[in-house]
Write a protein that binds this ligand. Structure first.
Ligand code: UD1
Length: 359
């Protein structure tokens, strides 16, 4: 079996790691295509190095641009790649512009497409990620859902027959890395002179929180007034927008810091007093590490984290302050994101369904 994985943005490299490992273990011919959506070394190269992923076989070097030009450049470059490799499956990940471009290119070339992390919904049609995931699900031949909730969303949209529940591959990689980093003091805390539990860890990068100057100023202002140091791992988008709007990302309790490699991020989250984020992945990682999370959005795709009490949604500055300083949630043994073996299930499903889809 030959699989072409298409990735381009940071969270996709994390999901690629366990898939690549499971593919190698099963003797699958696994071709990795990097679109180049994320090109900063700290958003890209360090993930391949730290998570033991082979260097991409193909790099499209697409870079930044408007949604249309970025997605279009990928789409036009991928036709030739798929034509050359003619895989049994194109595997697309999550909800970025790289995901929709690869799904669209493959489906038009009659190459079977599988969508990893299918069925997530925020029901917020203003989010680029929501367009990407809905359109990708409806274009794909096989929908690899991470949770029961995602399976339910796909059934509601008439996609039950193409759906299979595999669990969440981010659980696979998180558990492995958590065991590797153990209880060692995080490099970040040593560098900044922070005590365990003496700081909060923050990431803010979504268009909804960064593009409007008043919105970004309100979020930054609330983080700067928190009762402990807040380390903001600043994505290039927030750095660029803050500079353009004249907003300082280091003020009051807030300290801006470069993004971290994955193992260092996990170590830093594990010994923090809480996480404040608008990232999808980090909400779930915080839950799996049982670190309280406050999500700076008005909705989430990972509703289980909220229902189980480990995540709260906070839209206004007051809600952010209240969310971060709330009491520690009650312990839970629930495991809505699977058992850490999702990637081998993905490879088994792709292999089992190969003849059914055909070319
Ligand atoms: C993308 C995904 C988002 C994901 C996030 C993780 C889409 C629509 N969004 O958002 O779902 O959560 O990645 O990080 O695909 N930039 C750099 N260097 C880089 C990459 C980006 O400077 O290596 C800057 C550019 O100015 C660019 C901006 O960040 O215009 C936004 O990058 P883009 O890839 O469009 O989206 P993200 O905000 O990273």
């Amino acid at each position: 079996m030959k699989i072409v994985s298409v990735v381009g943005a940071r969270p996709q490299f994390v999901k690629l790691a366990p898939i690549h490992k499971a593919a190698l273990a099963a003797g699958v011919d696994h071709v990795i295509v990097h679109t180049g959506q994320h090109y900063d070394p700290m958003l890209s190269d360090v993930f391949f190095e730290d998570l033991g992923i082979a260097a991409p076989d193909v790099h499209l070097g697409v870079g930044s641009g408007s949604h249309g030009s970025q997605t279009g450049a990928m789409l036009s470059a991928l036709d030739a790649v798929f034509d050359e490799h003619r895989p049994d499956w194109v595997l697309v990940y999550g909800d970025t512009n790289s995901t929709i471009a690869a799904a669209l290119s493959a489906v038009k070339m009659h190459i079977p497409v599988a969508h990893l992390e299918a069925g997530l919904r925020s029901f917020n049609r203003r989010m680029p990620e929501e367009h990407n995931r809905v359109l990708t699900d409806h274009a794909s031949d096989l929908l690899l859902a991470p949770t029961e909730v995602a399976v339910g969303h796909l059934a509601t949209e008439g996609l039950a027959e193409r759906t299979v529940l595999v669990g969440d591959v981010m659980t696979d990689v998180l558990f492995e890395v958590r065991n590797e980093v153990g209880s060692s003091a995080p490099a970040l805390a040593q560098e900044l002179g922070l005590e365990p539990q003496g700081y909060y860890l923050a990431t803010i990068h979504r268009a909804e929180n960064t593009d409007d100057p008043a919105r970004l100023a309100a979020v930054v202002g609330s983080l700067s007034r928190l009762d402990k140091s807040v380390v903001l791992l600043a994505h290039p988008r927030v750095v660029a927008k803050a500079a353009a709007h004249g907003i300082s990302l280091t003020q009051g309790s807030l300290i801006a810091h470069a993004p971290l490699p994955y193992p260092q991020l996990i170590a830093a989250a594990l010994s923090s007093a809480g996480v404040v984020t608008d990232s999808g992945g980090l909400q779930k990682e915080a839950f799996l590490l049982r670190v309280p999370c406050t999500t700076v959005r008005s909705e989430t795709e990972w509703v289980e984290t909220v229902t189980l009490g480990w995540n709260v949604l906070a839209d206004t500055a007051e809600e952010i302050l209240a969310g971060v300083t709330r009491p520690v949630p009650l312990p839970t043994e629930e495991a809505p994101y699977g058992d850490g073996n999702a990637a081998s299930r993905v490879i088994a499903e792709l292999s089992a369904r190969m003849p059914a889809v055909g070319k």
